[in-house]
Design a protein around this ligand. Structure first.
Ligand SMILES: [Zn+2]
Ligand SMILES: [Zn+2]
Length: 182
């Protein structure tokens, strides 16, 4: 919790805060300990603590927060399964407001800001669905499983479209006659 009483006294004031929060404090479960399945899924691979560097600026309507987050993320390349150990660096800009009828801002309650929901949202957004070790990762051979980035194999990887295979069967092999006008 950040006491925002000072900031709220006058628009245009800024305050910079450097801190850190554990994953549990931002309600992200990285090890499956949460009752919320969605949280478990998206938080996978994240490691705390989350480094937080935030600049708060008071406005007429509330407080603008420019935040930079850092956290470690361990995943696997979605193509070749090589372990990826990355340091996330996330920037986000959010607003806090005392009067939040529309639900568009994070709330200021009793002149206090809770940074945790903002941190949580930004972290979850930053986790890629299908991470890659590099943009042109060649992946694994679907036949023998060899890593095509570092090795090559002689597997015949036939790209068969099922629709064409079905059509060939229907034709029964006499494709030559079908081209002749009858
Ligand atoms: Zn890869
Ligand atoms: Zn192969």
């Amino acid at each position: 919790m950040v006491n925002a009483a000072e900031l709220l006294r006058e628009p245009g004031l800024t305050r910079r805060i450097t801190t850190s929060l554990g994953l549990a404090e931002v309600e992200i479960s990285a090890d499956g300990g949460s009752a919320d399945d969605v949280q478990e899924e998206v938080g996978r691979g994240l490691h705390g603590p989350v480094g937080i560097d935030v600049e708060l600026t008071s406005t007429l309507d509330g407080i603008v927060a420019e935040v930079t987050l850092s956290a470690r993320l361990e995943m696997e390349c979605s193509r070749c399964l090589v372990p990826l150990d990355t340091q996330l660096s996330i920037t986000a800009v959010d607003t806090f407001a005392e009067d939040d009828a529309g639900g568009e801002h994070f709330p200021i309650e009793h002149r206090q800001l809770d940074l945790a929901p903002m941190v949580r949202d930004a972290l979850l957004l930053a986790i890629p669905d299908a991470p890659l070790c590099r943009a042109d990762c060649a992946g694994l051979c679907p036949v023998c499983g060899i890593d095509c980035n570092t090795s090559s194999c002689d597997c015949e990887v036939a790209v068969i479209d099922d629709r064409w295979a079905a059509l060939d069967e229907l034709r029964g092999g006499d494709t030559a006659s079908s081209t002749e006008p009858t």
